[in-house]
Write a new protein. Structure first.
Length: 73
C-alpha cells in the first residue's frame, strides 16, 4: 500500500467518524425536542440506548438478508 493509499484510507475514516458524530448530534437534538424535561444524563442514556438498539435497524441499515462477518469464501 502506497502512502497515497494510506492517506486516502485515513481521510475516508475521518469522514466516517465525522458523519457518525453528526448523526449523534442530530439524534440528541431530536431527543431534546421530544423529552424537554429530561436531564443531560438521561438524554445521554437515551442516545446510548438508541445506538445499541436502533428500532427498525436491528440488523443494519441495508436491505436484504442478514449475513455474517467476516464473509466466508
Amino acid at each position: 500500500m502506497t502512502q497515497d493509499d494510506r492517506d486516502l484510507v485515513a481521510r475516508r475514516l475521518r469522514i466516517a467518524f465525522e458523519l457518525f458524530e453528526a448523526g449523534c448530534e442530530i439524534m440528541m437534538q431530536n431527543l431534546r425536542r421530544r423529552h424537554p424535561a429530561m436531564t443531560p444524563d438521561e438524554l445521554q442514556r437515551k442516545l446510548t440506548d438508541w445506538l445499541q438498539e436502533r428500532p427498525g435497524a436491528e440488523h443494519g441499515d441495508a436491505p436484504g438478508p442478514v449475513g455474517s462477518w467476516p464473509r466466508t469464501a
